[in-house]
Write a protein that binds this ligand. Structure first.
Ligand SMILES: Cc1cc2nc3c(=O)[nH]c(=O)nc-3n(C[C@H](O)[C@H](O)[C@H](O)COP(=O)(O)OP(=O)(O)OC[C@H]3O[C@@H](n4cnc5c(N)ncnc54)[C@H](O)[C@@H]3O)c2cc1C
Length: 439
C-alpha cells in the first residue's frame, strides 16, 4: 500500500491550483486522461488553437490576474465583450432585456409593456421556479422572446422544473429606465457579470495550465482513476491496481461520480448522488475562410428553429489562435445526461446556419468541421438539487473530504472559482497539518 499526505483526484484547474498553493512534498494527483487541464485544455490542429468552447476569464478581483501574470508567467490581454443575440433574424446587443432596439416594433412594444406591468406588480418574496422568476421579473414578452427559449436549450429542461435559487446572480434584472433606453437604441453593452474578460496573449486557455505545471512538483499519475474509495479507512483503490492511504482527500471530479465510488457511503447518500443530474454538450469546431472584419466574440441563439444555443469565435478573442486567412468558431448543442445526440444531423445544419448568420457566403467557405463532446457540462438545478447537495456536503465534511471546483461543488461556476477553491482548500489543509503537528 502506498501513502501520501494529500491525494487529489483530477488534474484540472482546481486540482492543480490546490497542489500549487499547498507546495508540500507528499501530494499525489490522479488524472484519468493522458494530459492535465480538464476543461481548460486547448486542442491544436490545422495551425489553430481550439479551447473546449469559449473559455474566457471573467475576473471579479485583481488577485487572480496577478497570480496568472506574475506567478505563472502567463501574460493576459483584457478584451471588451462584443457579444450579440440573434433574434428574429436580427443581431441585437446583449443582454436582451436592455437592448430591444432593432427587433420588430410590435415585439419591442410587447416586451416593453409586459416588463413595465411586471415591475408595477408587487415583487414576490420567493419564486417557486426559474420560470416563475423569469415571468415575475421580466414579463411575458422578454420571457417568450429570449429567456425561456434560450434557457430551455442550454439547460435541456423546462424552466418550470428548475429552482429559482441560482439565477439572480447571473441574470441581471434592469430597472424600467434602462429597458426604455434600450428599446430606443441607447445601447447598454456593459451590463452583467462579463462586460469585459481576460484571455492569454498566446496559446489558448491551456497556457495557464502549463503555467501551473511549470510550478508544481507533485506526482501526477495519468491514465488512472479510482475504482473504489473507503472514507473510514482513508483508502483509494486505483485502476492501475495500486492502493493509496491518504491523510487528506481532495476530489474535483463530478460529485455524482465521486459518491458512486464510496463503498462505505450510507444508502441515503448514494441515493442523493444518483439524483444529481447534468447536461452533456456536443460542440463543433469550425474553420472557415476569413470573410467578416468584426466577428462577435459569441452570439446567443434563442430561435426555436435553431438547435444550437450559442456560437462563438476563438479567432475573435485572439487573432493569433489561427492563420491570417482563417476564422475559427465553436457552436454548442446541449442535451440531457445519457440522452441521444444526433451529431451527424447537427453537423449538416451548420453550413446553412453560418450563411444565415453571415459568417460565410457559400458552403465552400467552410474548411473543416469537427465534433467534440463534454460529458459533464452544466449541473442541473432541478427540484432535487438543494436537498441532495446539502445531504452530501454534510456527509463529506464529517468525513474530511474536500470536494471542489464546478463539478466537485456541483454548481455553476468559473475557472476563477476553480482556482480560488484550490487556494482555499490548500490553506485549510496547511492549517490542519500545523495543528496536528503541534498536538
Ligand atoms: C461549455 C462550457 C463553457 C465554459 N466557459 C467558461 C468560461 O468562459 N469561463 C470560465 O471561467 N469558465 C467556463 N466554464 C467552466 C470551467 O470549465 C470550469 O469552471 C472549470 O473547468 C472547473 O475546473 P475543475 O478543475 O474543477 O474541473 P475540470 O476542468 O472538469 O477538471 C476535472 C479533472 O478531473 C479529471 N477526472 C474526471 N473524472 C475523473 C476520475 N474519475 N478519475 C480521475 N480523474 C478524473 C478530468 O479529466 C479533469 O482533468 C465553462 C464550462 C463549460 C462546460
Amino acid at each position: 500500500m502506498l501513502t501520501t499526505d494529500v491525494l487529489i483526484i483530477g488534474a484540472g484547474p482546481s486540482g492543480l491550483s490546490t497542489s500549487y498553493f499547498l507546495q508540500i512534498p507528499k501530494i499525489v494527483i490522479i488524472e484519468k486522461e493522458d494530459r492535465a487541464g480538464g476543461l481548460m485544455k486547448t486542442d491544436y490542429y490545422e495551425d489553430s488553437y481550439f479551447d473546449k468552447t469559449g473559455h474566457l476569464l471573467h475576473l471579479r478581483t485583481d488577485e487572480l490576474r496577478r497570480i496568472i501574470e506574475n506567478e505563472l508567467n502567463v501574460p493576459l490581454r483584457r478584451i471588451k465583450r462584443n457579444s450579440k443575440i440573434f433574434s428574429r433574424d436580427t443581431f441585437i446587443e446583449y443582454p436582451f432585456q436592455v437592448n430591444l432596439y432593432g427587433l420588430p416594433k410590435e415585439v419591442v412594444a410587447t416586451c416593453l409593456k409586459n416588463f413595465i406591468h411586471a415591475k408595477i406588480k408587487k415583487r414576490k418574496k420567493r419564486y417557486k421556479s426559474f420560470k416563475d422568476f423569469i415571468y415575475g421579473e421580466f414579463g411575458e414578452g422578454i420571457a417568450n422572446e429570449f429567456l425561456i427559449p434560450y434557457n430551455t436549450k442550454i439547460w435541456t429542461l423546462n424552466p418550470d422544473d428548475m429552482s429559482a435559487g441560482f439565477c439572480e446572480k447571473y441574470i441581471p434584472v434592469p430597472d424600467i429606465d434602462d429597458v426604455i433606453d434600450g428599446a430606443l437604441g441607447i445601447i447598454k453593452t456593459d451590463v452583467g457579470y462579463n462586460a469585459s474578460f481576460y484571455y492569454p496573449e498566446r496559446g489558448g486557455i491551456e497556457s495557464i495550465i502549463r503555467g501551473f505545471l511549470r510550478r508544481i512538483h507533485s506526482e501526477i499519475i495519468y491514465k488512472s482513476y479510482p475504482v473504489k474509495i473507503n472514507l473510514k479507512k482513508r483508502l483509494v483503490f486505483l485502476s492501475n491496481n495500486t492502493v493509496y492511504n491518504y491523510k487528506y482527500l481532495v476530489s474535483t471530479i463530478p460529485l455524482n461520480d465521486f459518491i458512486s465510488l464510496i463503498e462505505d457511503a450510507p444508502v441515503e447518500i448514494q441515493n442523493a448522488g444518483s439524483r444529481l443530474s447534468n447536461t452533456e454538450i456536443c460542440y463543433f469546431n469550425v474553420i472557415t475562410k476569413r470573410i467578416l472584419d468584426n466577428v462577435p466574440h459569441w452570439i446567443y441563439l434563442p430561435e426555436r428553429d435553431i438547435p444550437f444555443y450559442r456560437v462563438g469565435s476563438y479567432s475573435a478573442f485572439n487573432r493569433l489562435l489561427t492563420r491570417d486567412e482563417y476564422e475559427t468558431f465553436y457552436i454548442e448543442f446541449s442535451y440531457r445526461k445519457g440522452g441521444f445526440c444526433d451529431s451527424g444531423n447537427l453537423e449538416r445544419r451548420i453550413p446553412h446556419l453560418f450563411k444565415r448568420l453571415g459568417f460565410i457566403k457559400d458552403d465552400s467557405d467552410i474548411i473543416s468541421i469537427r465534433p467534440f463532446f463534454i460529458k459533464c457540462a452544466y449541473v442541473i438545478f432541478d427540484k432535487h438539487y438543494q436537498k441532495s447537495t446539502s445531504l452530501i456536503f454534510d456527509y463529506l465534511s464529517k468525513n474530511r473530504v474536500y470536494s471542489i471546483g464546478r463539478y466537485g461543488k456541483w454548481e455553476y461556476s468559473s475557472m476563477q472559482d476553480a482556482i480560488l477553491y484550490g487556494k482555499e482548500t490548500a490553506l485549510d489543509i496547511k492549517k490542519r497539518i500545523k495543528i496536528e503537528k503541534n498536538k
